[in-house]
Design a protein around this ligand. Structure first.
Ligand code: MG
Length: 114
């Protein structure tokens, strides 16, 4: 508990910030994943519905929920002692790609592009 006049301690001060280079590499992977998902959608992979980026909100939400569930599955596998061979990173990138594409589509819809 911090009393009056005492400096507030930062409980995460000992944790170094993320490196911009690492963040940039992840963002490139996210952009590549958006392109991959868009290519799959245009090829009819998702039942002929183009859910990314031009699809309905409910379809986008279901895809995002599925990706978040796949992140949880990876964590459950780790709890069972299954070695992570990149699955968690892949699912996190897919989750970010889905959310990013949705956000970008939301902006473009607001601008009348879609
Ligand atoms: Mg996935």
């Amino acid at each position: 508990m911090t009393g009056l006049g005492q400096p507030i301690r930062d409980p995460v001060a000992h944790i170094p910030p993320l490196q911009k280079k690492t963040i940039a590499n992840v963002l490139v992977a996210v952009m590549d994943e958006i392109q991959r998902q868009d290519d799959l959608a245009r090829a009819g992979k998702f039942g002929g519905k183009h859910t990314m980026p031009g699809g309905p909100e409910d379809a986008r939400f279901r895809i995002l929920g599925e990706e978040v569930g796949e992140v949880a599955k990876e964590l459950n596998e780790a709890d069972k002692g299954v070695e992570d061979t990149g699955g968690l990173y892949k699912e996190l990138v897919q989750t970010a790609a889905t959310a990013t594409a949705w956000a970008a589509a939301h902006i473009e819809e607001g601008q009348g592009y879609r």
